[in-house]
Ligand binder design. Structure first.
Ligand code: GLN
Length: 310
């Protein structure tokens, strides 16, 4: 007989709990304060059922996991052609905060690294929006993916904004190359607001399942973005979502995924499952050590690799 899902998830969590390798990110001072022992996992199925274990009610900032969703919103609002003129879809193989642009055009390489994500944030909504209004549209979009109203962690936002200089350098490069037309400080203010949205692993699993269902939230039933947008977003997540570990991740785990520097990890398998994991200690690539392990196990135990024959 097959093990029921909740028991299986508990077993999985227990197996990974002992690994205390890696370190929490502290370049955003407030993130260094996080409890490194937190561990949680959630799965959402296509009918909207969410199974979760561990610290599943603990909220953490979404950070870079917001990037594919902001990309989805930009595609919804501006269409493929306009977004493509501003940000590419080529994996960079670079760390998340690298100045990674096409050498000829100066265009940010993809929306999953910071320079592309800052550019993408600026493409959400109507071009005439104020910085604050644009951040509100992004937050509204993230909330629709999650199926509930998400709040912002103001202290993480303040902490990241007060140490924003690397991201301002990236925004300045994007501006000087002609890919954004708002002040770098403002672009980073909005982008870091987006990164400071608070989620649980349950939220991540629903957001992932919404992408995996072609944009329809399985809990609320809302069509959040058109289906073609999700195909585009999942493709870019597959090649670029895990930064410079993306190739290893795809061959090894084979689930379109996105990680964030606070220790969240989201996996989205088309038509099948949405995964949310959380554990703050990170590996050298900036990916959650135990989050990666949990996904490796899920992929192996349930044959979730995208290239696996059915
Ligand atoms: N807000 C973070 C930053 O811009 C996001 C990085 C991440 O999660 N990898 O530095």
């Amino acid at each position: 007989m097959q093990t029921p899902i909740p028991e299986y998830l508990t077993e999985l969590l227990d197996d990974c709990a002992g690994d205390t390798s890696g370190a929490t990110a502290d370049y955003i001072p407030e993130l260094g304060e996080a409890d490194p022992n937190r561990l949680a996992l959630a799965l959402c199925t296509p009918d909207g059922t969410v199974y979760s274990v561990g610290d599943d009610s603990i909220e953490f900032t979404i950070q870079s996991i917001s990037k594919p969703f902001a990309y989805a919103l930009a595609l919804r609002d501006r269409g493929m052609e306009e977004v493509d003129e501003h940000v590419g879809v080529e994996p960079s193989g670079d760390p998340f905060n690298e100045i990674s642009v096409d050498p000829e055009s100066g265009r940010p390489r993809n929306p999953m690294i910071n320079i592309g994500a800052i550019t993408t944030h600026c493409l959400v909504g109507n071009p005439s929006l104020t910085t604050k209004a644009r951040a509100a549209v992004v937050l509204d979009g993230l909330s629709r993916f999650a199926g509930r109203t998400l709040e912002v962690d103001e202290s993480v936002h303040a902490s990241e904004y007060s140490t924003r200089y690397r991201n301002v350098a990236l925004a300045s490069m994007a501006r000087s190359n002609g890919f954004i037309d708002i002040e770098p400080d403002d672009a980073v203010w909005g982008y870091t607001m987006q990164c400071s949205a608070l989620v649980t692993v349950r939220d991540l699993s629903v957001m992932a399942m919404t992408l995996a269902l072609g944009g329809r939230n399985p809990v609320t039933g809302e069509q959040v973005v058109p289906q073609w947008v999700c195909r585009q977003v999942l493709s870019v997540m597959t090649t670029c979502g895990m930064y410079d570990a993306a190739g290893d991740w795809l061959s090894h785990v084979g689930i379109p995924a996105k990680s964030g520097v606070s220790g969240g990890l989201l996996g989205s398998l088309p038509g099948q499952v949405g995964i949310g994991a959380f554990s703050p200690r990170l590996d050298d690539f900036g990916n959650s050590v135990r989050g990666v392990q949990l996904c490796e196990r899920l992929s192996a135990d349930m044959s979730l690799h995208i290239m696996e024959l059915p």
